[in-house]
Design a protein around this ligand. Structure first.
Ligand code: HEC
Length: 278
């Protein structure tokens, strides 16, 4: 196992060198072109399907799975949770535009007042707390179910994550997420980009590495390996641990900024969550 990592590391390029002064708009264009050149013939919206956009054999299995989606009961449970009033009589709908229906494409969102990135997960938990309820536990279970329902009502909506140009702190948060993505870490000294940019499409043991483009469009995900639904932070944690780096706290500033960067890269791609993965 270790040897394979070493070989891959040797084959990996230094983190893809894009202009340091690039704006988020420049980045979006560059990254999109990078992946569309790397995988010619794959239409932009297909990148929402991760590795199944680029691996025909894996895609066949996945399509069979999607005929009886393993996340379906979670979407239903999420709808019930979403519609059940809090003890104070209010509900999730009171915290979101359009009553929380079909809004996932706008997250993460820049919170001007508090000067921070708000993910949909954070917004859900802060809604609870503002209404006298406890935050839901991270990674799986009820938080994933509520998010699954909200994702489901957003299917087909186009990722539209904004980095407001008139608030330098928003750009800073974006840049810090970008830095996180390209920084080497862990005993294996890998950045996220080593696997999901430079080596996207290559095999790592039995896994084909998916492109970073589209990585945020389909959460939460029902993973066969988890045998349940999990959140994007659960995946971040797993990918950190894969290179034997220490995972960060759920919804930490670093992970929220990382999601901000990654989701912005997927602007223009339709949402299709929740997803199913190996
Ligand atoms: C050593 C290689 C490696 C590194 C480094 C790595 N990942 Fe992954 N990642 C994987 C593998 C393997 C999978 C599962 C197959 C796939 O979808 O790529 C995966 C899956 C993912 C997925 C899910 C894709 C989907 O379609 O649902 C996301 C999101 C992700 N990684 C993000 C990251 C982030 C963010 C980092 C940096 C913190 C990172 N990864 C670092 C190997 C890596």
């Amino acid at each position: 196992m270790k040897l394979r990592y070493v070989l891959l590391a040797a084959a990996a390029l230094v983190a893809t060198p894009f202009a340091a002064q690039a704006t988020p708009d420049d980045d979006l264009q560059h990254y999109r072109e990078f992946f569309m050149k790397k995988f010619p013939g794959v239409p932009l919206e297909e990148f929402a399907n991760g590795v199944y956009a680029i691996d025909a054999t894996a895609r066949e299995n996945w399509e069979a799975i999607e005929e009886f989606p393993p996340y379906e009961p979670d979407v239903e449970a999420g709808k019930v949770l979403f519609e059940t009033p809090f003890k104070n009589g209010k509900g999730y709908a009171s915290c979101f535009p359009n009553d929380g229906i079909g809004v996932a494409q706008n997250y993460p969102m820049w919170d001007r007042e508090k000067g921070r990135v708000v993910t949909l997960e954070l917004a859900v938990n802060e809604c609870r707390e503002a209404n006298g309820e406890k935050a839901l536990k991270p990674f799986k279970g009820e938080i994933a179910q509520v998010l699954a329902y909200m994702a489901y009502t957003s299917r087909g909506n186009i990722t539209n994550v904004e980095i407001p140009k008139d608030d330098p702190r928003a750009l800073e948060a974006y840049e810090s997420g970008k830095h996180f993505y390209f920084a080497r870490r862990g005993q294996l000294n890998f950045s996220c980009a080593h696997c999901h940019f430079d080596n996207a499409g290559q095999l790592l043991r039995s896994d084909r590495l998916s492109p970073a483009l589209g990585h945020t469009t389909h959460w939460p995900v029902y993973r066969a390996k988890w045998n349940e639904l999990g959140t994007l932070d659960r995946r971040f944690k797993g990918c950190n641990e894969q290179v034997r780096a220490k995972a960060l706290e759920n919804q930490s500033e670093e992970y929220r900024n990382l999601e901000y960067f990654l989701a912005h890269m997927s602007n223009g791609i339709p949402l299709n969550g929740p997803g199913a993965r190996k």
